[in-house]
Design a protein around this ligand. Structure first.
Ligand code: DX5
Ligand code: ZN
Length: 223
């Protein structure tokens, strides 16, 4: 319980006021900024690319957590590996071009490497890569858009992934992403998730503060 981390998805922030949004994240003391990268091919949407990621990542001390929802090649991934202050780069197991070589390529840049699975992908598929990865990202909505409804069947899936991770000696983050809010976060914590991407909920109605207060209370009560 002590190690729950929060990674707000900047894709859901107000881009007209991005500096203020970043300052707010700094004041709140979030652990990461999550960058959702979409190429209109792996997912049916376009977000932003390495240039904007770099501008934001280098304007803050908050480390970057890059979620690549793109077809994979050394060429498509490399621009994110050279951004200072990006700590984690996560790729999708289902993406065109996915391979151990791509995971190795990320890892050898010095970044942490993550592997992500979509809601329809069986948890067992990650097993072949757990010797390499630092993080597993379980999508709790279909990737592509902020503001979707949380898929409740993900709760059980997160538990299954946690069981798989337990048999590995190394610490591997278990990240969840999509539709996370104050109603479902505790259920996911109880199943073993420890890194929470939160988009539209976080950036509306002062909910970011509420989430962080809630987590610090939980932490306090479990001490
Ligand atoms: C979905 C993205 C998510 C999303 C999170 O493709 O990976 O990071 O933007 O936003 P919410 O929390 O609104 O689902
Ligand atoms: Zn994401």
């Amino acid at each position: 319980m002590n190690n729950i981390k929060v990674s707000p998805s900047i894709f859901a922030a107000n881009f007209l006021d991005i500096r203020k949004e970043i300052e707010n994240l700094e004041n709140l003391g979030v652990d990461y900024i999550h960058y959702d990268i979409m190429d209109n091919h792996f997912v049916p949407n376009i977000s932003f690319g390495p240039l904007i990621t770099k501008q934001i990542a280098q304007s803050t001390t908050i480390p970057g957590d890059v979620h690549l929802m793109i077809d994979l090649s050394k060429k498509s991934v490399e621009p994110f590996l050279v951004i200072d202050n990006v700590e984690i780069v996560t790729v999708h197991l289902e993406a065109n071009g996915f391979s151990r070589e791509i995971l190795d390529f990320v890892k050898s840049s010095g970044k942490k490497v993550g592997i992500s699975i979509k809601p329809g992908t069986a948890p067992e598929k990650i097993k072949d890569f757990l010797d390499l990865v630092d993080l597993v990202l379980v999508m709790t909505v279909e990737p592509g858009f902020s503001g979707q409804k949380f898929l409740t069947q993900s709760i059980e899936k997160v538990g299954i992934v946690k069981e798989i991770l337990k048999s590995y000696k190394r610490d591997i983050y278990l990240e969840v992403d999509g539709g996370i809010n104050l109603e479902n976060i505790k259920l996911l914590i109880d199943k073993g998730a420890n890194l929470f991407v939160i988009g539209s909920f976080f950036f509306s109605n002062n909910n970011g503060r509420k989430i962080l207060e809630y987590l610090s209370k939980l932490k306090y009560s479990s001490l």
